[in-house]
Design a protein around this ligand. Sequence first.
Ligand code: GLA
Length: 560
Amino acid sequence: MNGINRNILIGVFLVLTAGCSSSDHEPSPLPLPESCGNGLCEFGEFCAICPSDCDCNTLAATPPMGWNSWNRFGCDIDERLAKETADAMVETGMRDAGYVYLNLDDCWQISRAPDGTIIEDRERFPSGIPALSDYVHSKGLKFGLYTCAGTRTCQERPGSAGYEYIDAKTYALWNIDYIKVDWCNTQGMVPHVQYQIMKEAIEYAGRPMVYSICNWGWDYPHIWGPYTGNLWRTTGDIADEFIRMLYNFYMTEQLSAFAGPGHWNDPDMLEVGNGGMTDEEYRAHMSLWAIMAAPLIAGNDLRIMSEATKEILLNREVIAVDQDPWGLPGVRFTKGLAGVWARPVAAEGTRAVVLFNPLWDTRELSVQWSSLGLASTSARVRDLWLHKDLGVFASGYRAAVPPHHAQMLLVKGQEHIPPSGVTYLSDYPWMYASNAKGDVLRDRAAPGTPITIRGKRYDKGLGVFGASTILFHLGDACTWLSTEVGIDDSAPEGQGSVVFRVATDHVERFKSEVVRQGMEPQKVEISLSGVHVLKLVVETTGDSLYGDHAVWADARVSCR
Ligand code: GLA
């Protein structure tokens, strides 16, 4: 089945499943995508809805989805709310759409026992957290708790500083699946040091638990976060206001190079359904989070959702973009506030695109297929909010986008195929390129200078900075890849350290040791027979990005 038919099917699921009624019986689960069970994890599938095809071994292989108490209820939480929310997650279809984590935020805890064990507020949680954990799990959900890296939480409850091992062990004993760790009352502590302690405590506790770092973007968590946790907050708290949602979006969309399967940028939880924005603005909020591959943690009262709120949170086509198994966070194609963001998804020739206008007047926004790395043939366009095919468009798409509106599209065109012979990758269009700062450069190193590694000069190659992912479509036409990797001589002496990785069809084929400035170029040769998609990744080593002028020198493929 081709991508478009599958997408239409996903749209049909939505129509079939909108407005699931609540009843005494467990509602019947949402139908699975038709491709589920064919052994391939394709667009529209992810672990929570298709465990037989998709990666369920990597923790947070796709951005976590669920619900958290804070945005709507603050400190006013109790056992009844948690149980009713668990019930609502099942009845409304949230669980079956992928929202599987039920997370209690601040205020579930009250004190510590003499041996240091954390104690829940028994007035609000009379049956205790372990019993609640059992209840949540009995509903086919996963359960998360909140704590704080400091001495006390933001609401002055006991924090985990000095108790990391006891807390991680207790949570493991209670079958907790997700831990959010906040950053209040941390005077004198250093984020990357403090969060590392809890990471080790979780490993020691021996239960896989998603580790959510919540230090509001301080101390560049996107640099060390990938080595420490599964997601890290990129900003301060969201609020139920369009302007605050925008701020969190723009602060996060520029960090796409740092996120990927198992480690995600977290622009904070959703406000959809809380009443402070229009439905149009909430649709934009959901579209922006999905194109960024942000966690989708609902923050509203799931027991009393309007039809519009359900329609937004349960849009299976939009969720499919967020949860796409390739996990490539969208990148920006325009300058300015209004603009276009896009990401390839796991279906040949397919890109998810958002045209977003945050301004007060209507804006014309457009995207060319060639800028999305597609061949210059026509492409089919589907609107993911209207669940409607818009038709076939010759070389691009243009729309007048109303104020505070996001149009979310799926574009299905044709990928490029390399010509026969040797092709330098810097002469061949990429499907996707993210970079920590600025653009990926062709035949230049990051500062715009000619490529030179330890005095050896290269005319061809790709120059990136700090962290980067570049995808090329090879379409089973090539036989080998050859490149020399290193830090460009433009990096200041003693600065610059990265790791190079190569994956073919999303399976890792090469991973370098730490490559530093001043080292000899390292030759990499990889056979490419049968390969459709080539992925070149540069990662930081968790330290500063200063001098990380990484180059894929002489990168070329040989094709039939
Ligand atoms: C901080 C976090 C919020 C929430 C509150 C709880 O502000 O950023 O997400 O957890 O603390 O007190």
